[in-house]
Design a protein around this ligand. Structure first.
Ligand SMILES: *Cc1c(COP(=O)(O)O)cnc(C)c1O
Length: 416
């Protein structure tokens, strides 16, 4: 099993902490997201421990899993938040995160979102283009405020990961590249309602090799030098997120300490607070989807399918990024089969696993799709008229329903 001991078998039944998943399915129905509170806390603490010797502040990237209970769990640990939109800001504030612990990012923030961020009093608002800096300045001027801003640099480092989750490459839409920075620094002289306090990057997600961070950080440090030279009081150096987790036991992610070992010496005496924005690292392995085997079928070429009641509407990662997710039978069986685990949606890309050895569980029993905590529920949709599933959080032997299952009425409530 994965690096998580928060999901393990007890008496032949897969459990989340002390609670059997079949029990949860009976109580709350399927499909069901089940999140281990202790796993979230443990991941956050291991991150903090790895970077303990560096002056830093960790802002959980809310977009990975924006369930209020998840945000609240991390806020209670002292963690800040990185939000990507007005909606995520609303969620973070609703979960009780103080505005001065929230960083607002996003490649295209609307005027309304900028206004919401500034009136809430966020710690820093990040800009990704010259036009956006002007927009932030103008909103701040209207509000009679001075905005604390960060500038996202595109370091032109192509991290080796899935092409859809690399973001620090010049070909991608993110940030401002080195060539544009002179103009940016010049611009600040004409924008009296902005104070440049942060330099920021985020080079992608699920990055296994610390050297990509080293290369990009090197570039960020050069920018820090120039900015200081020009008289800017840079307080925050924001390295973004992207730290990897293990999805496939055959391809284990390096431990977070490997990244800390490389980065701490580079950043230690720079007179800045380093900001980290881990999302996946904290949330990915904290949740599973419990799903019922509706039907099994075999076709004429001998291919076998498990058709389950969850699908790409709950976890789109296999369709979007060809990502691997372990799928386990909640009840252990002695015999196994090779099969595809597929959902009920009308798309060929609606699958969780292909050609996978899996326990020979009969129809009606349950499977668990592991590592579904990050970019799972947050990307869920109503496609095919599907109802977003219920979500529960487990802490030891305590279970809390953190999101009710949607209803048919909710599907049409906004239509006139
Ligand atoms: C998505 C994102 C993150 C989090 O990425 P993970 O890979 O989940 O750690 C952090 N910062 C920014 C700016 C992002 O867009």
């Amino acid at each position: 099993m994965l690096d998580s001991h928060f999901f393990s078998f007890s008496d032949g039944i897969l459990c989340c902490e002390s609670v059997a998943l079949d029990e949860l399915a009976r109580q709350f129905g399927t499909p069901l997201f089940v999140t281990s509170r202790q796993s979230l806390v443990s991941q956050y603490r291991s991150f903090e421990e790895a970077f303990a010797s560096l002056p830093h502040f960790t802002c959980y990237s809310v977009k990975a899993n924006f369930n209020l209970a998840v945000i609240r769990t991390l806020a209670e640990e002292g963690c800040g938040c990185d939000v990507n939109s007005g909606g995520e800001l609303y969620r973070a504030l609703t979960a009780g995160v103080p505005a001065n612990k929230i960083i607002m990012a996003g490649v295209g923030k609307s005027e309304a979102e900028i206004k919401y961020g500034l009136t809430s009093g966020v710690m820093m608002i990040k800009a990704e283009s010259i036009s956006e800096l002007k927009a932030i300045n103008s909103v701040a001027e209207h509000l009679g405020k001075v905005a604390q801003v960060g500038v996202r640099i595109n370091p032109n480092v192509t991290a080796e990961t899935h092409p859809y989750i690399t973001t620090g490459d010049s070909k991608e839409k993110f940030g401002i590249d080195e060539a544009g920075l002179g103009e940016v620094f010049e611009l600040f002289k004409t924008l009296p309602n902005l104070e440049l306090h942060g330099l920021d990057m985020h080079i992608g997600s699920q990055i296994f090799d610390p050297e990509y961070y080293v290369a990009a950080t090197q570039k960020l440090l050069e920018v820090l030098e120039s900015a200081r030279h020009l008289g800017f009081d840079i307080k925050w150096l924001d390295l973004g997120g992207g730290f990897p987790v293990t999805y496939d036991p055959q391809k284990p992610a390096p431990p977070i300490t490997k990244f800390a070992e490389k980065l701490i010496p580079m950043l230690q005496d720079k007179g800045v607070t380093v900001i980290f924005e881990p999302g996946r690292f904290i949330a990915a392995n904290a949740s599973v989807i419990v799903t019922k085997i509706l039907y099994r079928k075999k076709n004429q070429i001998g291919k076998e399918f498990f058709i389950v009641d969850a699908g790409m509407t709950e976890l789109i990662r296999p369709a979007l990024y060809q990502s691997h997710h372990e799928v386990l039978s909640v009840k252990q069986h002695d015999r196994s089969v090779v099969a595809d685990v597929v959902g009920p949606i009308c798309e060929s890309s609606d699958f969780f696993a292909r050609h996978r050895t899996i326990d020979d569980a009969p129809e009606g029993e349950l499977l668990a799709v592991l590592s579904s905590g990050a970019y799972g529920a947050v990307m869920s949709s109503n496609y095919n008229g599907r109802l977003r599933p219920a979500e529960v959080m487990v802490d030891g032997d305590e279970v809390t329903l953190t999101r009710r299952r949607e209803t048919y009425e909710q599907l049409v409530q906004n239509e006139l």
